[in-house]
Design a protein around this ligand. Structure first.
Ligand SMILES: Nc1nc2c(ncn2[C@@H]2O[C@H](COP(=O)(O)OP(=O)(O)OP(=O)(O)O)[C@@H](O)[C@H]2O)c(=O)[nH]1
Length: 360
């Protein structure tokens, strides 16, 4: 990790949730800074106390957010504490800004909006009420102490307007939160539906193996790799499958297909792709395998079929398959390799079945 990346990770961590919380913190700190600059321009250096209070609070909250996982601090707790701190800053700012004080009340709205990201609507409402209480007490105290500069009527109207705006913003952000929650739920439903569609588009319903479409995608991908690594394909076809259907019923035929699929999948390596290619036909792609090895592998699969017992079906039923194996020649299209495997399979069927033939 480079020095810059290490400093960034030290400052804001690597967890996206933590980074988001810290970005909210940075935005609110920037706002405090702008407020502090404007207030100091208006009120002079006498009121540096608020700037120091805000800077100290902001730094403390940075440390608390950064260490929130270690301290087991929930985002709600942090947001509520930051909200209360913001309210006290607002009360202080209102007290020192003279005729400009009405402008500082906008800070209260920002506190409410910030907190809606972490708090539940009721908690946000409670925080907004705390803000109103704090500001109400501040205004009441000033109009009592200095009615010349804080005319009671003006203070009362200002408070009423602030209360109306603050409560409206709280309710609106609550509605927005509900909308967000609904959108999130819809997105999750859509993602689940998309997963199902993806699964249906690539999976054979009966056996759970890859379907022909997915196998074609895998073969296309292998062709696109433009690598010269060897690869073999094997086409497997269950012998006398029509008889199984005719003598034991279609459901029994389905059960045989499932049992063969399970046995084949369990016997193949993870990097081999096995697909149901057609009715009772399976295609195996064996990447990075030479023809001799592929033939031996399919031969061993054929041998294991002798012991296959299909649950719920006559235990005397013996299932076998015939197979044709072909190696991909150079960078030929897999369709050509499969054609040669198909011819070899035809040969295996023609020479008695339950055999594995290799393509020329
Ligand atoms: N139960 C069941 N049967 C299927 C399915 N798909 C295809 N089949 C049947 O598979 C049988 C294939 O028969 P054939 O092509 O004559 O082949 P076979 O009887 O296996 O004979 P050989 O391949 O020459 O050994 C047909 O009867 C199809 O109806 C399926 O999903 N389920």
């Amino acid at each position: 990790m480079g020095l810059r990346a290490r400093v960034v990770s030290l400052a804001v961590g690597t967890d996206p949730k933590l980074r988001r919380m810290l970005s909210y913190w940075a935005a609110s700190t920037a706002l405090y800074a702008v407020f502090a600059i404007l207030i100091s321009v208006e009120s002079g250096v006498r009121e540096l106390g608020l700037g120091l209070y805000a800077a100290l609070g902001s730094s403390t909250f940075y440390l608390l957010v950064r260490a929130s996982a270690r301290l087991h601090l929930r985002p709600q707790t942090l947001a509520a504490l930051q909200g209360l701190f913001g309210i006290t800053c607002n009360m202080w700012a209102y007290s020192i800004t003279g005729p400009l004080r009405g402008a500082t009340l906008m800070g209260l709205m920002v506190v409410v909006v910030f907190c809606t990201f972490a708090l539940r609507p009721r908690q946000t409402l409670l925080l907004a009420l705390c803000g109103l209480l704090g500001m109400g007490v501040t205004m009441w105290w000033h109009q009592l102490r200095d009615p010349l500069h804080y005319p009671p009527r003006v203070e009362a109207i200002t408070f009423a307007m602030m209360a109306g705006c603050s409560l409206t913003v709280t309710l609106l952000t609550g509605e927005m939160n509900k909308l967000r929650a609904r959108l999130k739920a819809k997105r999750e439903t859509l993602e689940a539906a998309l997963d199902t569609i993806r699964l249906l588009a690539t999976t054979d319903e009966l056996t759970g193996l890859s379907n022909r479409r997915h196998m074609n995608e895998v073969l296309d991908g292998e062709e696109r790799r433009a690598s010269t690594r060897p690869a073999c394909v094997a086409l497997l076809d269950i012998d006398f499958f029509k008889q199984i259907n005719d003598h034991h019923g279609h459901a029994a035929g389905d059960a045989v297909l499932r049992a063969v699929a399970v046995r084949l999948r369990a016997s193949l390596a993870r990097d081999a792709t096995l697909a149901r290619w057609g009715g009772e036909e399976f295609l195996v792609l064996l990447p990075a395998v030479a023809l001799d090895e592929a033939q031996a592998l399919i031969e061993s699969l054929r041998a294991t079929m002798a012991g296959l017992v299909v649950p719920g079906i006559d235990p005397d039923l013996r299932v076998s398959f015939s197979a044709g194996v072909a190696a991909r020649l150079g960078t030929e299209p897999f369709s050509a390799t499969i054609n040669r495997a198909d011819k070899a399979l035809y040969g295996a069927k023609a020479t008695g079945r339950n055999r594995v033939e290799r393509a020329a």
